[in-house]
Design a binder for this molecule. Sequence first.
Ligand SMILES: NC(=O)c1ccc[n+]([C@@H]2O[C@H](COP(=O)([O-])OP(=O)(O)OC[C@H]3O[C@@H](n4cnc5c(N)ncnc54)[C@H](OP(=O)(O)O)[C@@H]3O)[C@@H](O)[C@H]2O)c1
Length: 256
Amino acid sequence: MVTGASSGIGAALARELAIAGWDLLVTARREQRLLVQQQELEEKHGVRVTVHAADLANPDDRAGLLAAIDTIPGGAACLVHAAGSAAWDRFEQLDPVQEGRRVSVATTATVELVGQVWPGILARDDGLLIIVSSLAAWQPTPYMATYAAGKAFQRSFAEALGAEAAAAGSSARVLALCPGPVDTEFAWVAGTQPLAERVPVLKPVELARETLKRAGAHKGSVAYVPGWRNRVSATAAAVLPRGLVTRISERNHRPR
Ligand SMILES: NC(=O)c1ccc[n+]([C@@H]2O[C@H](COP(=O)([O-])OP(=O)(O)OC[C@H]3O[C@@H](n4cnc5c(N)ncnc54)[C@H](OP(=O)(O)O)[C@@H]3O)[C@@H](O)[C@H]2O)c1
């Protein structure tokens, strides 16, 4: 099952999973995009793709999606939770209701979706959970304050579940995917194109391939930061004093 499958990283991961022969349940709000993707993946890769449009910030839509997951024959072996978005501005300039909705996609939806598939993933030899967090999970991010807080939740949650799985002797693999800038619609939605122009940007297809390779190469949990520059940045954020990291982050993300 792949969330955020209508675009960007989720769409690229859905395509790579289809190439690897997985049947898919794909979800996002834009149903038409999902239907086009369904046709392409079924024709090219001979897999079965089920479309279920849902707004993950909407509790009723989430309940409908959980019910759809229940109908997957044998249960979901893999969940990729890629849905997410951000807005870039001073917090007082942002709509707190919209911010809350974005946070619920990163937090409540993450917990509910993972909760629905986790027992099955734990029990299988090929169980796989990929939560698309962000490099922003490593530090408070002024001007994207709720976004980074939600991503920190996702990273911590994934790492903890991976450790639980390993301690229980499960073969489940859990990946907190923590990319820096990726060339998707994200920057257009968030208004962060000027930020993305300051740093190297990954292609979603390369990210998806590397992520699945990485996911296959370990058991338990790992936070995967693609790209050496991003890894240096994450390591620095982990070892430097939090106040200093936050001040540097403020300067790096300040709208000019
Ligand atoms: N691109 C980057 O630079 C970058 C870096 C680090 C982490 N990430 C993370 O990567 C993930 C994927 O983003 P992307 O870069 O691929 O951006 P994207 O191209 O904008 O894709 C975002 C996906 O999330 C879905 N989505 C957003 N809000 C949703 C909602 N309320 N309910 C259901 N689906 C929703 C969108 O589908 P609909 O609009 O059709 O609903 C779309 O499929 C996000 O979690 C993002 O935080 C991105």
